[in-house]
Design a protein. Structure first.
Length: 482
């Protein structure tokens, strides 16, 4: 249902990634005239070079892991030799075919999103957008190129995303020293992939290529992989990495990366060197905000180039909003989408629920996956919130035993006394799916008792969630007795 306005409202959006796309769809549904300016393709880097292709690659790696582990379930693969004797076949990965498929899926997703915008009546302009002094959008053929269009609108939204951060001492060449957007040109598995950076991106690609069969060395400047994440989850993942044959160099800082013929050399701060065939630089990202005219328009920025926004995605200029990785909010595609919708709802007078960091669900697509929501165990330890923690290993879950799952856990956090669910961590297969009921509990402020009363299928991995909730009922009663 459309809102009725005294006159038709207009919305101009720079960037057609998740934030810009969702904002455009929402604005069109509310009856506004919408224009989207996008330079690379609808979906932006999230769809074309980042989230969609990387998670497709990871899905292939998951399939390889399932095949390798089938023997533990009694499934045996073999071929007959010349004398009729069984031969154990090797699992071969055709990386060229894998990359061709994932890039095709990314382009198909982009085309589908473009078609949805056109069907909704959104005007799409291919080009580079920037703000002018009158807060209109000027479109050019490229950065600093010739202007060919000017769009005046009541509401402006900037959703330009981010790009891989590069270091002068390790400049990517697109062949041996790579950013995560350049991995998909490889036609065969790297003989030895060195991953610099153990954050989410580095951990995901290290996990995927290890499971595809490549030798992997992960260089981490911190004392654990995934610094800042749940320590129990990081510990499980590091154990899986080591067991799988990955070399994890903790507390090691890469000073420089050099191309050496058909290989690379990574020099560490302590004087050691690591030689490999390829190096992936996963050292963060930078916002795509340079040259957009934001400062000139009066938009408040951070020293890092991010756009300052509030909980409804509004900037310091009343009619200018921003969404996604170019802002100071959480850099997730799902958050960008929600920011885009929230911005439009706020600008056009619809019902708005301001975003809260503690209600954002995130997932790390390693094997096993790591999903989180709400307050963390470290927050409780630091005294930021008074809570109770209960953890159940997945190995004790009957369905997990049937599936041969040995690693992972369900961790539930609740407020002391009231039992309100305030957070959770799941480590295991499809954690991204399993976290949803906990996310609902956090969003709707359910108690552990209310969560425990929901029927879980037996046997199921989700049964561990209700088991943890029931155990916390006992913990809560015990704390009350004290």
């Amino acid at each position: 249902m459309s809102l009725s306005f005294e006159r038709t409202q207009s919305v101009a959006i720079i960037g057609g990634g998740p934030g810009g796309y969702e904002a455009a769809i929402a604005a069109a549904q509310l009856g506004a005239e919408v224009t989207v300016v996008e330079r690379a393709g609808i979906g932006g880097s999230a769809v074309i070079t980042d989230v969609v292709p990387s998670k497709t690659l990871i899905a292939t790696a998951d399939a390889a892991v399932a095949i390798k582990g089938a023997g533990d379930l009694g499934v045996q693969l073999f071929a007959r030799g010349a004398e009729g004797k069984p031969l154990k076949p090797e699992i071969a990965i055709n990386l060229g075919a894998v990359n061709k498929r994932l890039l095709s899926l990314a382009r198909q997703q982009s085309d589908d999103m473009r078609a949805s915008l056109i069907e909704a009546g959104v005007r799409i302009i291919s080009g580079f957008g920037r703000l002018d002094s009158d807060n209109a959008v000027v479109v050019s053929t490229g950065p600093g190129g010739t202007d060919f269009d000017r769009i005046e609108a009541d509401t402006l939204l900037v959703s330009t995303g981010s790009s891989p951060r590069t270091l002068p001492s390790a400049m990517p060449d697109g062949e041996r020293i790579l950013t995560w957007t350049q991995l998909y040109d490889m036609t065969s598995l790297p003989e030895h992939l060195i991953v610099v950076g153990s954050g989410v991106t580095g951990a995901e690609f290290a996990s995927a290529y290890m499971n595809l069969g490549a030798k992997v060395t992960l260089i981490s400047s911190r004392d654990q992989v995934l610094p800042g994440e749940d320590r129990d989850a990081a510990s499980v993942l590091e154990k899986v990495f080591t067991r799988g044959g990955m070399t994890v160099l903790s507390r090691s800082r890469a000073e420089r990366v050099e191309r050496q013929g058909d290989g690379v050399l990574v020099a560490l701060g302590d004087g050691r060197t690591v030689e490999g065939s390829h190096c992936l630089m996963a050292v963060g990202s930078i916002p795509n905000t340079a040259g957009l005219g934001l400062e000139e328009a009066g938009v408040q920025m951070t020293d890092s180039g991010h756009i300052q926004v509030n909980r409804v995605a509004r900037t310091s200029v009343p009619n200018i909003y921003a969404a996604g990785d170019c802002t100071t909010f959480v850099p997730l595609a799902s958050v960008a989408s929600m920011q885009g919708r929230t911005a439009v709802f706020h600008a056009l007078g619809d019902v708005v629920i301001p975003l809260e960091h503690r209600r954002i669900t995130s997932n790390i697509f390693t094997a096993p996956e790591i999903a989180t929501i709400g307050w963390s165990e470290q927050d409780i330890a630091d005294g930021l919130v008074d809570g109770v923690v209960h953890k159940l290993p997945l190995a004790a879950n009957p369905r997990a035993k049937m599936m041969g799952i040995k690693d992972g856990f369900v961790k539930l956090l609740s407020s002391r006394g009231s039992g309100t669910v305030i957070g959770g961590v799941i480590v295991g297969p499809r954690a991204s799916e399993l976290i949803y009921p906990i996310a609902i509990a956090v969003e709707r402020r359910l108690t552990v008792d209310q969560l425990s009363r929901v029927f879980a299928v037996y046997p199921s991995l989700s049964g561990s969630i209700t088991d943890a909730a029931r155990a916390m009922h006992i913990v809560e009663k015990a704390s009350e007795d004290r």
